[in-house]
Design a protein around this ligand. Structure first.
Ligand code: E4P
Ligand code: PEP
Length: 453
């Protein structure tokens, strides 16, 4: 009997009683692992660099992947978007950027309400393609355990697609350079922004020249991640590494525990404690420093750099107040946990037409607040966790010309609003400006110290 069954497991679908869920678990248990232990170990090693302040983590992708949209073009768009952001961030910070998709497994969603009502009709909420279908009909919203098998297959196809792209599909630096210039010309950017774009352009031109005639930058490692929400699925895919006897969650390289399921004594944390993968935990505005500490002790008792990441999603208005005590408490305990910023989930609003959306200014304000707090504390701001897509959707407002009136034009997310390609690059450029400001401040402080000594 898997250990989690004996514990509290919130946000599990009400799987229909009968033999089906057991049959699905048995079938999954016989499938090959989706990711290999050595790949998870490699990611943990790269994350150790983030923990030690030598690299950054960029994690992003759909809020909710769907079977229908797990196409090669969509996968390629997301990878490309993340890689382009990584190039901008690396140019600006001088740090390596570890790229992790919210991809190849992000098929389950915890929801605020169990049901949804439209025009007087009430149906079960959409819980992700792993559980039911987003279409608003009784049949589509029925919970179906066999969708877990499709989740596995779709994740496997996406991982195949990613493997085909890695090492073969490089970034065209000249095209990226042009795209950044076009963005600069389109957007209401100030002079400093232009200067920064020019600097990044120079770096990109150098890289293009250095990389050779095809101006092509080969993709570095790329890893998968998703919220380990559905414990029937995750547990059925645990595999033991014959080299070491350690258990790994074989559904993805990095598995995270969401804000709603992060109880230190709960079933999801027990699952994450059992596996050797790098793991992450979301921390929302109600998270207390003692809870963060308890999570660090439970999930990373050996204090291994790269094992544990905290994903703070505190909201633009509160990040500057709520983040310092969390970071300080964990740091003072000697934990090497990485801190990254999810500026999406604390900043969701409802547009006048009813769409869920996020304002770019709020997203940026939370990112700036997060990096400012770490700068003040002298701790390493480890990176970003974003909901984004490589496509030209209109889901978040306030950048790339998308306003409230444009949301209906191309709103395709099955759950929460994502940054589109242009907005993602815009955010990367804004963060690059933060790095510049902080570097300038560090130089001023160093000069002042050397004058007084
Ligand atoms: O992605 C996070 C949550 O699953 C999502 O924000 C929940 O959305 P809801 O509040 O509409 O249920
Ligand atoms: C559910 C999610 O976020 P959170 O747990 O932070 O609400 C998510 O990132 O999909």
């Amino acid at each position: 009997m898997p250990t989690w069954r004996a514990e509290r497991a919130p946000h599990q679908p009400d799987w229909p009683t009968g033999p089906d869920i057991v049959a699905v678990e048995t079938e999954l248990a016989g499938y090959p692992p989706l990711v290999a232990p050595r790949e998870c170990d490699r990611l943990r090693g790269r994350l150790a660099d983030v923990s030690l302040g030598r690299a950054m983590l960029l994690q992003g992708g759909d809020c909710a992947e769907t079977f229908a949209k797990a196409t090669p073009a969509s996968v390629r768009g997301k990878l490309r978007c993340l890689r382009e952001m990584a190039v901008i961030l690396a140019c600006a910070s001088g740090l390596g950027v570890v790229q992790v998709g919210r991809i190849a497994g992000q098929y389950a969603k915890p929801r605020s309400r169990p049901v949804e009502t439209r025009d007087g009709v009430t149906l079960p909420s959409y819980l992700g393609d792993a559980v039911n279908d987003v279409e608003f009909t009784e049949d589509a919203r029925r919970i179906d355990p066999y969708r877990l098998l499709r989740t596995y297959r779709s994740s496997a196809d996406t991982l195949d697609e990613i493997s085909a792209l890695i090492g073969h599909d490089g970034i065209d630096l000249t095209a990226l350079h042009e795209q950044i210039r076009e963005m600069a010309a389109r957007g209401p950017r100030n002079e400093r922004h232009q200067e920064l774009i020019e600097k990044i352009s120079v770096a990109l031109r150098f890289l293009a020249g250095y990389a050779g005639a095809d101006s092509d930058l080969r993709a570095p490692d790329f890893y998968s991640s998703h919220e380990a929400l559905l414990l029937n699925y995750e547990t059925a895919l645990v595999r033991t590494d014959p080299r070491t006897g350690d258990d790994y969650g074989s559904s993805g390289h990095l598995l995270w525990i969401g804000e709603r399921t992060r109880q230190p004594d709960g079933a999801h944390v027990a699952f994450a404690a059992r596996v050797r993968n790098p793991v992450a935990v979301k921390l929302g505005p109600t998270a207390r420093p003692e809870e963060a500490l308890a999570l660090a002790e439970r999930l990373d008792p050996d204090r291994e750099p790269g094992r544990l990441t905290f994903i703070a999603r505190l909201g633009a208005d509160r990040v500057r107040d709520l983040l310092p005590p969390l970071v300080e408490r964990v740091r003072d305990s000697g934990s090497p946990a990485i801190w990254i910023c999810d500026p999406m989930h604390g900043n969701t609003i409802t547009a006048p037409d009813g769409h869920k959306t996020r304002h770019f200014d709020d997203i940026l304000r939370e990112v700036r607040g997060f990096f400012a707090v770490h700068h003040e504390l002298g701790t390493h701001a480890g990176g970003l966790h974003l909901e984004l897509t490589g496509e030209d959707v209109t889901e978040c407002v306030g950048s790339s010309g998308v306003g409230f009136d444009d949301l209906a034009t191309r709103y395709e997310s099955a759950c929460d609003p994502r940054l589109n390609h242009d907005q993602s690059l815009h955010l990367a450029l804004e963060l690059a400006m933060v790095f510049e400001d902080q570097a300038a401040e560090n130089r001023r402080t160093a000069c002042a110290v050397s004058r007084t000594s």
